[in-house]
Ligand binder design. Structure first.
Ligand SMILES: Nc1nc2c(c(=O)[nH]1)N[C@@H](CN(C=O)c1ccc(C(=O)N[C@@H](CCC(=O)O)C(=O)O)cc1)CN2
Length: 302
């Protein structure tokens, strides 16, 4: 991915600006721990954890994200199996591929890169992933667990957002959280995870009347709308915590960073905030899945 956004330095920030939530650093710490767990699992079982990545077509951003996931797998001692399918793949063919991976004992986790082409029934494809291999948290069974606050694989970006909030000791119970966006891999599960932690959650979306009024009341804002700098700084409540899950071309988030930072208490940058957490969670959940399938949970301290 190329970056056209100007480089931000600490000197650019106003003196009373929000603290940055450093997702890149937290993701590195998580991945170090995941790598230790993967090594221990491989030593004990003779089998390395394996993630299958499935990419349909050649969308440049998706190609980049899949490559990033495979590179980080390699660094963490996780095998990856790349399945690249032509753009013309049908729903039936994709479902058959995912069912085959679901039944393959050498594969412990499956990732279907979103989005797939408009001619494909993405929901049907996600549902072809065996729940015990759904390390990306995209099946309805995983959604149900997230909705009820039960154990299970979480959607990776929303899960990463919760880890960031916990790492920065942000209180959630009773706080007003506004999630802008309702996509199945991002906004919806983000709201479910926040609700499971007793936040008072409001979803805003394209049909919301007076988004600004909702945002101005929000203690926590999750921006997952997919439009560059859509959230205006002036709408952020002073002292709010802002998580920008946008990944627009040019590494631009969904939030007007400078404007929001001047009012918020904590904010994630783009890049270096929520994005790296997505892949850290994917790797962690792949090792969770492998441990469960190989019957070999390996406690690792630190
Ligand atoms: N099946 C899925 N598809 C998609 C998901 C997902 O979680 N599961 N998320 C997004 C995109 N995505 C991963 O696929 C993703 C986007 C961005 C990043 C990231 O780390 N970005 C960096 C900057 C990257 C760069 O420098 O080029 C950052 O924000 O610091 C990771 C993953 C859509 N599809």
């Amino acid at each position: 991915m190329t970056s056209t956004s100007p480089t931000r330095t600490a000197a650019d920030a106003p003196t009373d600006a929000a603290g940055l939530m450093d997702g890149a650093a937290l993701a590195r710490r998580m991945t170090d721990r995941t790598a230790r767990r993967a090594a221990e699992l491989t030593r004990r079982t003779g089998t390395a954890p394996c993630l299958a990545t499935v990419l349909v077509g050649e969308d440049p951003a998706s190609v980049t994200y899949v490559r990033m996931k495979q590179n980080r797998c390699a660094k963490a001692g996780i095998d990856s199996r790349k399945v690249a399918l032509p753009a013309a793949t049908t729903t039936g063919e994709l479902v058959a591929t995912l069912r085959g991976l679901s039944e393959d004992p050498a594969v412990h986790g499956i990732l279907l890169q979103h989005p797939v082409g408009p001619h494909i029934d993405e929901r049907a494809a996600f549902e072809a992933i065996a729940p015990e291999k759904d390390v990306d948290g995209v099946t309805m069974r995983s959604f149900a667990a997230m909705g009820f606050g039960l154990p299970g694989f979480v959607s990776c970006t929303p899960g990463g957002i919760l880890r960031l909030l916990d790492a920065y000791e942000v209180e959630l119970a009773g706080r007003r959280a506004v999630v802008v966006g309702r996509s199945p891999i991002l906004g919806r599960p983000a709201g479910m995870l926040l609700l499971a932690r007793d936040a008072t959650v409001t979803y805003c979306h394209s049909r919301t009347v007076d988004l600004s009024a909702h945002l101005r009341e929000a203690d926590i804002v999750v921006a997952a709308v997919g439009r560059p700098e859509f959230i205006r700084g002036e709408d952020i409540k002073p002292g709010a915590v802002v998580l920008d899950a946008g990944y627009n071309p040019g590494n631009v988030g969904d939030v007007d960073f400078a404007g929001a930072r001047a009012r918020a208490r904590l904010i994630t940058p783009v890049p270096g905030g929520v994005g790296p957490m997505t892949i850290a969670l994917l790797l962690e959940q792949t090792v969770d899945a492998a441990e469960a399938q190989l019957g070999a949970g390996a406690p690792v301290s630190g």
